[in-house]
Design a protein. Structure first.
Length: 295
């Protein structure tokens, strides 16, 4: 039993509920819930490499973006509850299959359970890097509990403006927590380090989701990061937005981004002195979205 879950305040939602009796904003209770675990080849080249990233997709989410590409599991909550022992074995199985890393996708609301699972997995032979693949809507003090357990932080900075974070993710304080969390991640692990084959070993790789109509405020986010933190952070500028989830209800979100919108963000990053940048071809489709299971 984890005492922190009886008065859950591990993320900025600060629900304060007893997850052994209730479900908070994220929708999760005391059990870890996953949808699929597999070798994934659609991540950045330094993560997927030639053998794939060992991704574990967790059900539920503390952000619940209306346009989420993983809507079926993040908002609708499809998946199966498993024990901490099972998640340990899942990690070890992915390592045995040749995964370059263990990629924990949307793990924030399971931080407490995953701490003990990661500790146990490492004692049982898990040696490949751990990737914390999150929305960046986290508390720095919770992230400090992960120090020494997580090798690579992969946050997705979604909004610079609170008004858009409130409208599309019910989180007006998102910009504050995303930046403070990024600072803690960078303090812990620093610049992205690759091995001789270009595979990530440790550090921070910051994803920036570019939304239509400049709604993500990505250029402003880049300026803040460059001026107040560091332009040495590795960036992945995401051009794969497509209208998923409930995005169709919002005309401004009902299309993919344009080449001009993407280029504007990329040019801003280069002008600010960022030199480690992963760029993408634009793809307004669900090609790289995993096929989740309705269960």
């Amino acid at each position: 039993m984890h005492s922190e879950l009886s008065n859950c305040r591990i993320c900025p939602r600060d629900c304060g509920i007893n997850r052994y009796l209730q479900r908070g904003f994220c929708g999760a209770n005391q059990y870890i819930k996953i949808n699929i675990a597999q070798l994934h080849y659609g991540e950045e080249p330094c993560l997927s490499g030639s053998r794939g990233s060992g991704t574990i997709f967790f059900s539920h989410c503390n952000l619940k973006c209306v346009f989420c590409q993983n809507y079926m599991i993040s908002v609708e909550g499809y998946g199966r509850e498993i024990s901490e022992e099972d998640i340990v074995q899942t990690m070890l199985n992915l390592q045995q299959k040749g995964a370059h890393n263990i990629n924990l996708v949307t793990p924030t609301h399971y931080t407490i359970q995953l701490i003990s699972a990661l500790q146990r997995a490492k004692t049982e032979g898990l040696t490949i890097p751990i990737v914390w693949n999150s929305s960046a809507y986290e508390k720095p003090e919770t992230l400090r509990l992960l120090k020494g357990l997580v090798d690579i932080y992969l946050p997705d900075f979604k909004y610079f403006h609170g008004v858009h974070a409130k409208k599309y993710s019910h989180a007006p304080d998102y910009p504050h927590y995303a930046f403070e969390s990024l600072k803690e991640m960078f303090h812990q692990q620093g610049r992205l380090e690759l091995d001789e084959n270009g595979i990530a070993l440790k550090g921070v790789l910051l994803r920036l989701l570019v939304l239509p109509e400049g709604l993500s405020g990505t250029e402003n986010a880049l300026r803040k990061i460059a001026y107040e933190l560091s332009s040495e952070i590795s960036l992945s500028i995401m051009g794969q937005y497509y209208p998923a989830g409930e995005a169709g209800r919002y005309p401004e979100l009902s299309r993919g981004i344009t080449q001009a919108e993407y280029k504007k963000v990329l040019d801003t990053a280069l002008d600010l002195g960022f030199t480690s940048i992963y760029a993408q071809e634009l793809s307004c489709s669900d090609f790289w979205t995993p096929r989740f299971v309705r269960r």
